[in-house]
Design a binder for this molecule. Structure first.
Ligand code: PMP
Length: 412
């Protein structure tokens, strides 16, 4: 794979959506943690697929069915290489991170019972909390939550104290969408293995788009991710899982594609990963996600991370000068991704976001599907600016100027 020199100007030309005027001001898109924009290369890959190759996969013998199946399975192999999986069959396509985590909670969860313990943390997105609450209810298992430190990190001492012989599942965010914290997941994986026989799951929704991922080095058993946050289309994502575990797990949904043989009162299952892919899949989505992986790897995930750290460093310095502004999450740039949640004390996050919108600056305000996080830090909502490879220093400067204006307007 040829790596291209990191140049924000040329990267931005790959994202036509960024080049537009909103309310008379050039758009500044700082909401990539919610969903990223898509480069022309991804849009064209999807369009080429529909223009030439589309048919249903796996069942047909005709030319288009063959091409569609090849495109779909080659995309799986591409995603597996990106994750450094040992086998392409360890990648299950899902609609995204939420479905991937629900799949594991439902299917792996079938083996849990009363007395078993599931460990998550107060940092989790609702997608990595509610499925475990549902499972705990269904099976009479106990859900335990690791607490957070005042500076927005996992309290590793508390987490360690929750692990033991009863722990069956540990499921944690790789990177927090509400704090920006990058969790030290390899070390946590070692701790989980040392203290328990639990299965270790990572919610990679905010990790996969921004950091080089090597599932073998991370030491996890499952890794969930969403295409739309990493320059790919919506409605596609995946679950990487260790093959031995996937093979033991029962199906998650029934239907076509996932069976080997159907009898009157029972069925046998297709091989992994097809056992987990009932129904006609999102073929164009898989093609688009593989094109997104090609794009991100050509730019280089190390370079993308470096760039985001540089934007975050600049934003932390500029925003710390704004009166009444409080930033959530670790103070050290090295411990955080390009996700910057902040509040201006005495103002509503919604009002700040609305004032920024009037200046063409798109940020998100709310609890960011992590209500336990805002509860923990004593606020009801935060404003969240999130950076990606296509954001520039000038955009960070516009954010800082906009936040200063919001502070002046709202605190006067
Ligand atoms: N986990 C985290 C940390 C997230 O940021 C998100 C998306 N905001 C999700 C899970 C859910 O992802 P999706 O909506 O793509 O399923």
């Amino acid at each position: 794979m040829q790596t291209i020199a990191f140049d924000v100007g040329s990267i931005r030309r790959d994202f036509p959506v960024l080049d537009q005027i909103v309310d008379g001001k050039p758009l500044v898109y700082l909401d990539s943690a919610a969903s990223s924009q898509k480069p022309t290369q991804v849009i064209e890959a999807i369009s080429r697929y529909y223009l030439r190759d589309h048919a249903n996969v796996h069942r047909g013998v005709h030319e288009l069915a063959r091409r569609a199946t090849e495109a779909y399975e080659n995309s799986r192999a591409r995603v597996a290489r990106w994750l450094n999986a040992t086998d392409a069959h360890e990648v299950v396509w899902t609609r995204g991170t939420s479905e991937a985590l629900n799949l594991v909670a439902f299917s792996l969860g079938e083996g849990l019972g009363p007395g078993d313990e599931i460990v998550v943390s107060e940092m989790e997105h609702h997608s990595n909390l509610v499925p475990w609450q549902l499972l705990a209810r269904r099976k009479g298992a106990r859900l335990r939550l690791a607490s957070l430190t005042d500076d927005g990190r996992l309290d590793l001492g508390h987490l360690a104290s929750l692990l033991g012989a009863r722990t069956r599942v540990v499921s944690l965010a790789h990177v927090s969408n509400a704090l920006g914290t990058i969790n030290p997941v390899s070390g946590i994986g070692a701790l989980v293995r040392e203290r328990s026989d639990a299965v270790f799951i990572l919610d990679g929704a905010q990790g996969a788009p921004h950091l080089p991922i090597d599932v073998q080095a991370l030491g996890c058993d499952f890794y969930a991710f969403s295409g739309h946050k990493m320059c790919g289309p919506t409605g596609i994502g995946g679950l990487w899982g260790r093959k031995a575990l996937l093979e033991e797990m029962p199906p998650y949904q029934g239907g076509g594609e996932m069976i080997e043989r159907v009898y009157r009162d029972y069925s046998t299952w297709a091989e992994v990963p097809h056992k987990f892919e009932a129904g006609t899949p999102n073929i164009a989505g898989a093609v688009g996600l593989a094109a997104a992986v090609d794009y991100l790897e050509a730019v280089g995930l190390d370079a993308i991370h470096e760039h985001e750290m540089s934007l975050t460093r600049r934003a932390l310095a500029l925003l710390s000068e704004v009166e009444g502004l409080r930033i959530l999450g670790p103070a050290e740039v090295e411990a955080r991704a390009g996700v910057l949640p902040f509040v201006i004390e005495g103002t509503s996050a919604q009002d700040v976001a609305t004032i920024l919108d009037a200046q063409g600056i798109a940020v998100r305000a709310g609890h960011h599907c992590a209500q336990l996080v805002v509860d923990r830090y004593g606020v009801t909502a935060t404003c969240r600016a999130s950076f990606y490879l296509y954001n520039s220093d000038e955009e960070v400067d516009r954010l800082a100027a906009g936040v200063r204006t919001a502070s002046e307007v709202l605190l006067c």
